[in-house]
Design a protein around this ligand. Structure first.
Ligand code: ASP
Length: 403
């Protein structure tokens, strides 16, 4: 039953490409099927994020526990993001994709502004409801953590009612998520077919694999190394288990990430599959929402590759200190990117500005970003899951959660 479902998922992805390329108008006419699936996922996301974080923090029992798990997770996220950027820099220097695509005029007219000051200011929402309405995940997470910590610090005897309510809501939301996941094969197929059709059907695939082929290959190689070698090695080092069997157990989450191009929209699937794969619930419920929002290894790698690719295509020689600037800004830009489609393109402005590459260069890579966005989102989600397993294992090892 389980393997049949996986087969449907993989079949959905392949069929999506075929339908979008060969029957673009049919794919666009039936795009509501994918939208319905995406709506259903999004419907669950914010309630699930709030309830699961609250549930996880209530189970931690003391603020000290929260601090330990939180600090460990943040250190790990920064470490893996930095590793991803280094991989990105290495592959782009090796493949030199920009040399074969000299810059030929700008087609990029989107007004992009991004500043870290605004990001930091937005962390604490002045109006919680507005943060929910605007789907601003990071402020929702920050306020949920603050409220839950306040709850953790009050008199013990008054806690039972809310605790029970949250724990029951959590169980119900995961049940609901299971129903949404059942729609995934069809939803995934329609989302991909629609996107391929919107990008122009079969000719879009030609741009992807021919005109910008070397660039696409460079990004894919980097993502492959990080997702299938570096992260599995880290997992093996910390958890002493077979990483590829974990990857195969959470495949549905990776395919959903590929189809939606959004770590946040994928979150319900990520959480439910991770718990099913044996990650301790209280650790998963805290680290996964946080990871889906700030831990973006794929995005970090991508931003480094894209920025250096554009520098190469503009004929700009980068100095060692400019590579260091790429390293630092790509790491920060990935942390600042929201878990939504093409968020990485917005924060990439920061990386480009740090090395003096004109931002309109983004126009060159826009034609293939729809595809690369999906691939980096899958690696983002994989990074979150592996972080959660390692965190869960370390907590077990330290005897802080029952094995
Ligand atoms: N789409 C990515 C995500 O949701 C972010 C990005 O654009 O890189 O994880």
């Amino acid at each position: 039953m389980k393997s049949r479902f996986l087969l449907f998922m993989v079949g959905g992805v392949i069929l999506g490409f075929v339908l979008g390329a060969l029957f673009p108008s049919f794919s666009e006419e039936t795009s509501f099927v994918g939208e319905l699936f995406l709506n259903a996922l999004k419907m669950v996301v914010l309630p699930l994020i709030t309830v699961s974080i609250a549930n996880a923090i209530f189970k931690m029992e003391t603020v000290e526990r929260f601090r330990q798990i939180g600090v460990r997770a943040l250190l790990y996220y920064t470490f893996t993001t930095a590793l991803a950027v280094v991989t990105g820099i290495a592959v782009v220097l090796l493949f030199k994709p920009g040399v074969s695509v000299p810059f030929s005029g700008s087609e990029f007219h989107r007004e992009i502004t991004f500043s870290f000051k605004d990001l930091i200011l937005s962390l604490v929402p002045s109006n919680i409801f507005k943060a929910f309405v605007n789907f601003d995940v990071l402020p929702v997470i920050v306020s949920t953590i603050l409220f839950s910590l306040a709850f953790l610090s009050i008199d013990w005897n008054r806690k039972t009612v809310l605790r029970q309510l949250i724990s029951e809501l959590d169980a119900a939301l995961l049940k609901l998520t299971g129903w949404v996941i059942a729609l995934a094969p069809v939803g995934v197929c329609s989302l991909i077919a629609t996107k391929v059709a919107q990008m122009g059907g079969a000719p879009a695939l030609k741009t992807l694999f021919v005109s910008l082929g070397v660039y696409v290959l460079t990004v894919l190689t980097g993502l492959f190394i990080h997702g299938f070698i570096t992260l599995p090695l880290l997992y093996f080092f910390f958890a002493k288990r077979n990483p590829y069997s974990l990857i195969s157990r959470v495949k549905e989450a990776l395919l959903t990430a590929f189809a939606t191009a959004s770590s946040s929209a994928t979150f319900p699937v990520t959480l439910s599959k991770s718990i099913a794969a044996g990650i301790k619930r209280e650790v998963a419920e805290f680290t996964l929402p946080l990871g889906a929002t700030i831990n973006m290894d794929g995005t970090a790698l991508y931003e480094a590759v894209a920025a250096i690719f554009l520098a190469q295509s503009y004929g700009i020689e980068l100095s060692f200190s400019q590579y260091v600037a790429v390293f630092l800004t790509a790491t920060l830009a990935a942390i600042g990117a929201a878990g939504i489609p093409e968020a990485g393109l917005v924060t990439m402005v920061l990386v480009l500005q740090s090395i003096g590459v004109p931002t309109e260069g983004i126009g060159i890579i826009l034609a293939v970003d729809w595809f690369l966005d999906r691939c980096r989102t899958a690696v983002n989600v994989l990074g979150d899951i592996i972080a959660a397993v390692i965190s869960s294992q370390l907590e077990e090892r330290d005897g802080r959660v029952s094995p």
